[in-house]
Design a protein around this ligand. Structure first.
Ligand code: FPP
Length: 239
């Protein structure tokens, strides 16, 4: 067992809110509401475990296709979530950040998010990164546009492009790749989450629906992660 695996960056695909609501005879939006407690647990536990970055997939580029009322509800929830929790997060030195096509967000939630990022910008605790209107393909597309513009402007040549060039054009280039990506609710796919950054991430799937996901489940995921051998394409050192 390799217990030296560091957990610097944890990514979570928070899935199963709708099914949780249905199983309790509630409307889908109640599942999103119930997600807040799980987010609290994840932030608290990651902070305690010395995780430096926690990225939560809160809203994908594809989620805009959901019924308008649900989209509006999630956006309103995002705003009220930040309002309700900002004092507490700030007190706990959490730095709020975001990835995604943020300009797509409605003005209210976007302003709340921008204020929260500004207010917590110098905090040195957990980086809580909200993926909002986020898609891995959109991120790679946006990076490609940046690079193409640099070439057009004569700042670089196509032959100079390396993997590091592309990494440096991602939304948050200072954030290391995720060590583990957790997906709840039994689905086993990445659904366009951190496609570039997840090249060597360990993937962890659990049947637990996101609103039921508590620190005990995160403990289980971290325990599983610690037992894995990360080789990054190399041979095992004991072979
Ligand atoms: C997945 O469950 C969940 C979402 C697409 C939205 C997640 C949104 C939140 C947790 C709330 C807003 C974010 C913050 C940070 C407050 P699903 O609806 O796809 O569930 P299903 O697959 O069971 O239908």
């Amino acid at each position: 067992m390799n217990s030296d695996n560091h957990l610097t960056h944890v990514g979570i695909i928070m899935d199963g809110n709708g099914r949780w609501a249905r199983s309790h005879g509630l409307k889908r939006i109640e599942g999103h509401k119930a997600a807040e407690k799980s987010i609290h647990d994840a932030v608290e536990y990651c902070g305690e475990m010395g995780v430096e970055y926690l990225t939560l997939y809160a809203f994908s580029t594809e989620n805009w296709k959901r019924p308008k009322a649900e989209v509006i509800f999630i956006m309103t929830l995002l705003k009220s979530f930040i309002k309700r929790n900002i004092d507490d997060l700030d007190r706990n030195r959490v730095r709020i950040r975001a990835i995604g096509r943020l300009d797509d967000l409605p003005r209210g939630p976007l302003n709340e998010l921008r204020n929260a990022m500004k207010r917590t910008g110098s905090n040195e605790g957990l980086n809580l990164i909200l993926a909002l209107s986020y898609g891995g393909r959109a991120e790679i597309t946006d990076a490609t546009i940046k690079i193409a513009r640099d070439i057009e402007a004569g700042h670089m040549q196509a032959s100079e492009i390396t993997e590091d060039t592309i990494t440096s054009c991602m939304y948050l280039p200072d954030v290391p790749d995720p060590d583990i990506i957790i997906r709840t609710s039994g689905e086993q796919r990445l659904s366009n989450f951190l496609l570039w950054e997840s090249a060597y991430s360990e993937l962890y799937f659990t049947d637990v629906l996101w609103p039921d996901f508590r620190r005990v489940h995160l403990e289980e995921a971290f325990e599983d992660y610690r037992s894995r051998r990360r080789r990054f394409g190399d041979l095992d050192s004991d072979r």
